[in-house]
Design a binder for this molecule. Structure first.
Ligand code: GDP
Ligand code: MN
Length: 395
């Protein structure tokens, strides 16, 4: 779950990281009123769950209350990266000497926490990582390791910070690390970390992303007004529909629709399809013993996806029975049909009966079942996966 800048800055403040933080406003009148109170140059920042606002026109400056009102009005009509702007964070405008980057994230490949720093902040770090990777310092830590002040200070010196400020910037890095650990974050980022003309270090922006599965460990966030939110911006329409139907589902970028008999198969099937040179269009979990209605919905998610060229189905009957599964699928096929070819294998509990139900229906309705291939335990799963890849290539 991503946090808004103003939410992340609240947490930063608790960890004694200096931030620019004025007031969050939702109307131009509030913006004007706040500007009158401050009586000085201001920054108005659109609060959306995405970075890169500066470039997209989401960060504006104002020197007077009237200008602040006008800029707020402009911002509130914008939609940036799919997010309509509803809140604006107003901060006093600082005189900037230099901008740095500090971030902490997870290295999922090596199971490490990585502290990242760069003497060139403000711009997108991904761009620097691509063009000038040597400008970014990376410190990898085991998940149970601490980030000690001396390492923070070493990092500050590497950034080119000198004198008394070494300790200050070092402490900011340590605090950021502690914040990352405390809130089970996936990412915390200060970009830019300002050095002001007065020689102060201040977080000009704050990005934070938390692990949804660990949110229950942080009831204090709700007390701060940070409620668990759905990240609509990140979900496709199909994923939203699947969530409404309570089907664990993810869109992937391939063309083979995965119709699994459990999460285990979903993962294994993904590997099989890749092994034979294909690409899955989705990940899906049927849940134990899906009802005919649930099976129908799973098939709709696949059949109505224009990217899907063929469907790869495999059912392992454990407690749930293959004959029940077969009846559910057959019912859907008779009522709705299927516009994509499907290859389907059943093994486990009552698989023979499942195969028989399909074969009989196929005899009765050859037209409906003509693009549906049914297999039992005699056909190895590799062959089914290979066949699905072939079918997708044919279309
Ligand atoms: P982002 O584009 O979404 O990352 O938004 P940021 O909050 O990082 O702001 C983008 C840029 O606006 C910063 O890199 C600064 O160059 C500029 N900016 C933001 N706040 C101030 C400020 O108080 N003073 C000055 N001079 N520039 C600022
Ligand atoms: Mn930024």
């Amino acid at each position: 779950m991503r946090l808004y800048e103003f939410e992340a800055k609240k947490l930063f403040s608790q960890y004694k990281i200096p931030v620019t933080m004025g007031e969050v406003v939702e109307t131009k009148e509030q913006a004007k009123a706040y500007a009158e109170k401050v009586n000085g140059p201001l920054v108005l920042k659109a609060q959306i769950l995405s970075g890169g606002r500066g470039k997209a026109g989401g960060v504006k400056f104002a020197d007077s209350p009237l200008e602040a009102e006008k800029k707020a009005e402009e911002l509130l009509t914008l939609t940036i990266k799919g997010f309509p702007v509803e809140k604006i964070l107003m901060c006093e405008k600082l005189e900037i000497e230099k901008e740095f980057y500090l971030g902490i994230t997870l290295d999922r490949v090596n199971y490490k926490i990585v502290v990242l720093a760069c003497p060139e902040g403000g711009v997108e770090i991904e761009e620097i990582a691509r063009k000038n990777p040597e400008k970014i310092k990376r410190i990898s830590l085991d998940v149970d390791q601490k980030f000690y002040p001396f390492r923070g200070m070493t990092l500050a010196r590497w950034l080119g910070v000198g004198g008394e400020s070494v300790k200050i910037v070092g402490n900011i890095a340590v605090s950021l690390f502690n914040l990352f650990k405390q809130y089970d974050a996936k990412l915390v980022e200060i970009n830019p970390l300002f050095l002001t003309k007065e020689g102060k270090y201040v977080a000009g922006d704050a990005r934070m992303s938390l692990d949804d599965d660990a949110l229950f460990r942080h009831p204090e966030l709700v007390q701060m007004g940070i409620e668990k939110r759905h990240e609509e911006g990140e979900m496709t329409e199909r994923e939203k529909l699947a969530r409404e139907w309570e089907i664990p589902y993810l869109d992937l970028d391939g063309d083979i629709g995965m119709f699994p008999g459990g999460a285990g198969f979903g993962i294994m099937g993904n590997d099989f399809i890749h092994h034979f040179g294909g690409k899955p269009a989705n990940f899906m979990d049927s849940g134990g013993g899906p009802t005919p209605e649930r099976l129908a919905r799973m098939l709709i998610l696949l059949d109505e996806n224009p990217k899907v060229k063929a469907i790869f189905g495999a059912r392992f009957g454990g407690i749930s029975r293959c004959d029940d599964f077969a009846r559910g699928v057959v019912m859907f096929l008779k009522e709705h049909g299927l516009s994509k070819p499907m290859v389907l294998r059943m093994t486990g509990n009552m698989w023979q009966e499942g195969v028989r139900i399909f074969q009989e229906s196929k005899k009765e309705h050859p037209d409906i079942f003509k693009n549906i291939e049914i297999h039992g335990i005699e056909t190895p799963i590799e062959k089914i996966a290979k066949r699905a890849v072939e079918l997708a290539k044919k279309v």
